[in-house]
Write a protein that binds this ligand. Structure first.
Ligand SMILES: Cc1ncc(COP(=O)(O)OP(=O)(O)O)c(N)n1
Ligand SMILES: Cc1ncsc1CCOP(=O)(O)O
Ligand SMILES: [Mg+2]
Length: 568
């Protein structure tokens, strides 16, 4: 007997229908999985989205029921382009560019290319009907602000796109007429030229050809000078877009990168730095996606173009020495900003609780008294054995404080000692310090984390178990607890004593450093308490002129007791 046919390839998971992945791929005839939902007209979609917002706010004022969650509109770009397996151009570049500029990016894939830094090895065009299906799926459901086009491989694909755009109008259309890759490989049939010119350009807000593409669009005219670029922009404008940007990045004669922007009346030359790098693969896609992102955010066209140009220039600059692939044209890093403070996750040493062991806190009063600079005080503390430093400068002017902080960052970095800034998140950001220490009347650790990012150290002063719990909830790395003894360095600071320190340390989920009136003669007694989570002592009151001696003495006292406490 023949075995029963296999069940349909569907799975049910959490109440949602999951389609077997095998159903998704078909090289020639895409399966229609289910009919697309009838698309509501775009204007209606937009009205309903905003009317819900209005309804939400008016209902909240007239009833005592909690208001429904408010929608947060996100600038949305849909890219209609080809996939680049090498990740430098096409859809992949578009998504990264939009993300870098803060726009959401959905994608309709027109072709899958086998591509790397040497060139394009193969192209697999997605069937037109399936491109239509993707367009329907996105445009019928999501409020797309701007459509950006890249590789449109055939007349049929351009026509499908034009039909979809008529059915689902969007705020703006950015057309990057990608025809030939920089490696010289054709990405679009030459027959598409006419439909680009006659249909798509008329719907476009901006068309962004490079010099080679402009030449092709105009019947292979030769373009060598900026004046030729102006003429080309004027001719392309006649096909119907509202603006034209002819990009001169690949003009051999120009020493700087000049682009010509034309709005139908005026030519504007946009000059940029030409960055010497092999990593220029995907600059065209990126520029167009950045323009689209800015338009989606509501920018005017010239401003959007300027922002896009600046972004590409910065990205090329930051990526000029990257090595990805062995071919002549490499990709660049769209997300280079993630490597700068405050997002440089992992580029600094990660916080280790035992770094709290001997915690030096600067005191401007003391520095003035002994006629030394903050930098000298920090240097001396490190030489005396300090394992972490906090700049606590309550009466410095901002500029003066920042200069001192920058100098201290260098000293601390070369000694492998983390440098924290007391209270001033702005100073910490500006000097790229390792973190910040805040108190109960300062910005909360949660807010500081938002500003500094995940890679920085955040400490919070806590006098109660509830505050210690809150610091943990807020994502702090350690707590400071005190004053353990009476202090002269901080006015109106209640003394907690050993009992208070013990209560907080026992309750804390974070490592603790004790502070307040600690010196070489009493540090041992604090460590001796052997409290769980107590990792060290903080010390600012410098009675002698030489912090090296002070810290060294403290170090010996604390270390001896620490070893003793651990032994017990
Ligand atoms: C390690 C450490 N613990 C506590 C404090 C005190 O911080 P805060 O309560 O914000 O008071 P000020 O230092 O800002 O006067 C600290 N600085 N360091
Ligand atoms: C910031 C801070 N919080 C409690 S005491 C203090 C200052 C440092 O204390 P001391 O000078 O007593 O070591
Ligand atoms: Mg403070």
């Amino acid at each position: 007997m023949a075995s029963a046919p296999p069940p349909p390839q569907e799975a049910v998971h959490s109440g949602r229908r999951l389609l077997s992945p095998t159903l998704f791929f078909s090289s020639s005839s895409p399966l229609r999985l289910r009919p697309s939902p009838p698309p509501p007209p775009s204007a209606h979609r937009r009205r309903s989205r905003y009317s819900r917002l209005v309804a939400a706010s008016s209902s909240s004022s007239s009833s005592s029921a909690p208001p429904p969650p408010r929608e947060m509109p996100w600038p949305h770009v849909l890219t209609v382009a080809g996939s680049d397996s090498g990740g430098g151009a096409g859809i992949q570049a578009d998504i990264k560019a939009c993300a870098a500029l803060g726009a959401y990016c959905s994608s309709v894939v027109t072709a899958v290319t086998a591509q790397n830094t040497a060139g394009v090895q193969g192209i697999h065009v997605v069937p037109e009907e399936f491109i239509r299906e993707q367009l329907n799926s996105v445009l019928s459901d999501m409020s797309v602000d701007v459509v950006k086009t890249g590789m449109l491989p055939s007349i049929g694909v351009v026509k499908v796109l034009c039909e979809s755009l008529k059915k689902f109008p969007v705020k703006a259309l950015v057309v990057d007429p990608v025809m030939v890759s920089t490696s010289g490989d054709a990405l679009s049939e030459s027959s598409t030229l006419s439909v680009y010119r006659d249909e798509l350009f008329a719907m476009a807000d901006i068309v962004t050809p490079n010099v080679k593409e402009a030449s092709r669009l105009l019947g292979n005219v030769s373009l060598h000078t900026v004046s030729d670029m102006r003429s080309a922009a004027e001719s392309i404008y006649k096909f119907g877009p509202k603006y034209v940007l002819v990009k001169g990045g690949d003009m051999p004669e120009s020493s700087d990168a000049v682009d010509v922007f034309f709005d139908g009346k005026e030519f504007i030359e946009l000059h940029g730095r030409r960055i010497k790098t092999r990593n220029t693969h995907g600059t065209g896609c990126t520029l167009a996606s950045c323009i689209a992102s800015e338009l989606a955010k509501g920018a005017k066209m010239l401003h959007a173009v300027q922002v896009a140009k600046n972004f590409v220039e910065s990205a090329l600059h930051h990526s000029k020495d990257l090595i990805i692939g062995n071919g002549p044209q490499g990709p660049f890093d769209h997300l280079f900003k993630l490597k700068s403070p405050p997002y440089n996750v992992g580029s600094h040493q990660n916080f280790k609780p035992d770094q709290l062991f001997l915690y030096a806190v600067t005191d401007s009063g003391m520095n003035k008294k002994w006629g030394r600079s903050i930098k000298e005080a920090v240097q001396a503390a490190i030489e005396g054995g300090a394992t972490i430093v906090q700049l606590r400068e309550k009466d410095s002017e901002t500029r003066e404080f920042l200069e001192a902080a920058k100098a201290c960052v260098e000293i601390c970095k070369s000694s492998g000692v983390p440098l924290l800034i007391n209270d001033r998140v702005d100073i910490a950001l500006a000097c790229n310090a390792d973190g910040v220490h805040v108190g109960q009347s300062d910005m909360s650790a949660r807010e500081v984390r938002e500003l500094l990012g995940p890679g920085k150290i955040i400490g919070v002063s806590c006098k109660t178990p509830a505050q210690a719990q809150q610091a943990w909830n807020d994502g702090a790395d350690y707590i400071g607890c005190g004053g353990v003894f009476p202090t002269t360095t901080k006015a109106n600071n209640p003394t907690l004593g050993f009992e208070g320190l013990k209560t907080v340390s026992l309750a804390s989920k974070l490592p603790v450093v004790a502070i307040g009136g600690i010196n070489a003669s009493n540090a041992g007694s604090v460590i001796e308490l052997g409290l769980p989570n107590l990792m060290g002592v903080a010390y600012a009151l410098v009675e002698s002129q030489d912090e090296r001696v002070d810290y060294a003495e403290l170090h010996v006292a604390a270390e001896g007791e620490f070893a003793e406490a651990q032994r017990l």
